[in-house]
Design a binder for this molecule. Structure first.
Ligand code: ADP
Ligand code: MG
Length: 201
């Protein structure tokens, strides 16, 4: 079973990985965007970690809803509302249960990913964060919630964005010139899923 502390530690681990990889995320965003994805997420996740320390939410759902709210409030770029929606929607799907199974968490993430697709209007193949999130959730569903399988699927999905032409977000303004670069948001999504796998290893 996964309790509030598991989700808090997941987000703190994500904050550490985002800090570690911020330079790379911003570099990817400088190729096909406006060079702020690393700093956007650093600011957002620092706020998430601070809020979790300040408020100590008691359930998995409350942890995710609080984190989503902080991302929406602190990240100016497109990724803030999108990641915020992912976590908030997943948190709402978990309700107020004190502990959840990995399968319930996978179902909640499925709801979160659907909300991201609805908000941003993107589909897999459009060269966005969904190209990592969608295969990660599919892997959780196919493997009775193996976080390691999700990590591998997300990483493969992120790498698979390189040959794609962006159809959503700032990178889409580049048209064919977006081809040949890995999507920053898919790359950060793979990091968040990698943090999840690290939690159970
Ligand atoms: P901005 O593009 O506003 O500067 P960021 O640089 O923080 O915001 O985030 C860019 C990332 O957001 C992209 O690499 C992409 O993965 C994701 N993104 C942008 N638009 C969408 C969308 N409509 N749907 C899903 N993801 C999107
Ligand atoms: Mg950007």
């Amino acid at each position: 079973m996964l309790d509030a502390d598991f989700f808090r530690r997941w987000l703190i681990m994500s904050t550490a990985l985002v800090d570690q990889e911020a330079g790379r995320l911003t570099e990817l965003d400088s190729a096909i965007g406006d060079a702020d994805h690393g700093s956007n997420l650093q600011r957002g996740f620092a706020a998430v970690t601070a809020a979790l320390e300040r408020e100590t939410p008691a359930t998995p759902g409350a942890v995710l809803v609080l984190a989503g709210k902080e991302l929406i409030a602190t990240v100016g770029g497109a990724s803030g509302p999108l990641y915020g929606t992912l976590l908030r929607r997943a948190g709402k799907a978990l309700g107020d249960a004190p502990e959840v199974t990995p399968e319930q968490f996978a179902d909640a993430l499925r709801a979160g990913v659907a909300a991201v697709a609805q908000l941003g209007g993107a589909k897999p193949g459009d060269k966005t964060m969904l190209d990592a999130l969608e295969p990660a959730v599919a892997a959780l569903e196919d493997t009775t919630a193996s976080f390691a399988a999700a990590r591998d699927a997300a990483e493969k999905g992120a790498q698979g964005t390189t040959p794609l032409q962006a159809r959503k977000g700032r990178a889409s303004y580049l048209g064919e010139r977006s081809i040949g670069h890995q999507d920053p948001g898919a790359t950060s999504s793979a990091l968040l899923v990698a943090a999840l796998a690290e939690m159970v290893e």
